[in-house]
Design a protein around this ligand. Structure first.
Ligand code: ZN
Ligand code: ZN
Ligand code: ZN
Length: 372
């Protein structure tokens, strides 16, 4: 099914323009990345040649692209809505095109894409003297936080795809194979399952499992060693997957089942606590309290979760101090972990969507310790 039309509805640009005006900004200047993809459906690569969406608070948006990328830009969903596309040739200075698109060099305050390269930030500062530079993120975050039904469908498809990879773990996890060998198999399977890219493959055996963002190594996996497998990719729609499960070949070490049971209960309780109006911090607190009460508080090294969408990590962050109330359509991970340095660790991660009456999980593999 081609969801692209619904994924990038033409009214999105107008909504962003209204939000830009409300924020007191004259325009947003958006380079390639997830914000550009959100606004236009255009999946452009960040290169030294300037690609920039100039989105004024009022008036016609302009997409500035290198000439050789014009056909790609014209194929993007936003082009079908009649967005103005202008191009520049190699060797020419594209920054006067930005001034033109803004109607002059003194535009007031402009919001720059949060991850714009510094060389472009400084070039824009030179091209637009008298213009104040701010971050565009605050404006776009509010729009991107609540996913549309089409976006949720895209994230659900991503969840099903990564679930299909976890389902196959017994094919690859065997004693004597290294973390890196297993990760290579997983990366291929992430693509086989329908992702456009395999973004990360954490395979952390034994003591490496106590390092939440371990990655992989040439360490061979032994029998009886818990293995934390946290994997994700980006679907052709641009939407991301992210799921963690724990595996053990044979019998886990003494004590592992005990704290795994605590973690399992904490993850379940945090998912069950999701509903509109509850704060992001409160969900973190639910998981943290159960883990702390069981004596593992210091071993839960990170926040309980992060939003997910066109970025693998985005708002809302489920972290102490984030008082933002959850709303229907927000999508985020619930991924408490317990890490015992020098020994082993565990994490259970599902993506969920906040609905009108609770959480809908987008990952469905069993959460019990998988004994292979
Ligand atoms: Zn992480
Ligand atoms: Zn995650
Ligand atoms: Zn993860």
């Amino acid at each position: 099914m081609d969801l692209s039309g619904q994924l990038f509805p033409p009214e999105r640009l107008a909504a962003a323009q209204r939000a830009t005006a409300d924020a007191g900004l004259a325009a947003l200047l958006i380079p390639p990345g997830s914000d550009l993809r959100y606004l236009t459906g255009y999946h452009a690569h960040a290169l030294e040649r300037l690609t920039l969406l100039v989105l004024p608070a009022a008036g016609e948006p302009t997409l500035i692209v290198p000439r050789l990328e014009r056909p790609a830009a014209e194929a993007a969903p936003a082009a079908a809505t009649g967005i103005r596309i202008v191009d520049h040739v190699d060797g020419s200075d594209p920054y006067p095109m930005v001034v033109d698109a803004l109607g002059g060099p003194g535009a007031g305050a402009v919001g720059l894409g949060d991850r714009m390269w510094a060389e472009q930030v400084l070039a824009l500062r030179d091209a637009l003297p008298g213009t104040t530079q701010r971050l565009a993120g605050g404006v776009l975050r509010e729009l991107r936080l609540r996913k549309s039904p089409a976006e949720i469908a895209a994230l659900r498809a991503a969840g099903a795809a990564i679930d299909a990879v976890h389902d196959r773990m017994a094919e690859w996890l065997r004693p004597g194979r290294t973390e890196a060998q297993v990760a290579a198999d997983i990366a291929a399977a992430i693509l086989d399952a329908g992702h456009a890219t395999a973004d990360f493959t954490i395979v952390a055996a034994g003591e490496n499992g106590a390092s939440p963002h371990h990655g992989t190594s040439d360490r061979a996996i032994g029998a009886g060693e818990p293995v934390v497998v946290d994997i994700g990719g980006t679907m052709p729609t641009g939407y991301c997957s992210d799921s963690t499960r724990c595996y053990v070949i044979g019998e886990p070490p003494a004590g592992y089942r005990d704290y795994y049971a605590v973690l399992h209960e904490a993850q379940r309780a945090a998912v069950n606590a999701v509903r509109p109006g509850v704060s992001a911090a409160a969900i973190d607190a639910v998981a943290r309290e159960l883990i702390t009460d069981a004596g593992y508080g210091a071993a839960f090294l990170h926040r309980t979760g992060h939003g997910i969408g066109l970025d693998g990590h985005e708002d809302p962050y489920l972290v102490d101090g984030n008082d933002r109330a959850l709303e229907p359509g927000m999508t985020f991970s619930i991924e408490p972990g317990i890490y015992l340095a020098g020994r082993h660790g565990a994490r259970i991660e599902d993506i969920v969507v906040c609905t009108t009456d609770g959480a809908d999980r987008l990952n469905h593999n069993p959460r019990e310790l998988a004994e292979l």
